[in-house]
Design a protein around this ligand. Structure first.
Ligand SMILES: [Zn+2]
Length: 66
């Protein structure tokens, strides 16, 4: 299960949550209680076989996607 980082839109507190990618579940800020949590993009992708493994699928390094 991937970890997603959220930032509170009200106080700016950052929290990490474990959740399924398509759960659509809501989170509340543990600092101020606001539910205005914005999902941040992690450095690692939750998807499989996408950009993070691009170098493996393009051994020559001439792939236009890279
Ligand atoms: Zn907050």
């Amino acid at each position: 299960m991937p970890i997603f980082e959220y930032k509170c839109g009200k106080c700016g507190h950052k929290t990490e949550f474990l959740e399924k990618a398509d759960s659509g579940q809501k989170h509340t800020c543990e600092k101020c209680g606001s539910d205005d949590m914005k999902k941040l993009f992690s450095t690692f992708s939750a998807g499989s076989g996408s950009k993070s493994s691009g170098s493996d699928s393009c051994p020559t390094g001439t792939c236009p996607l890279n």
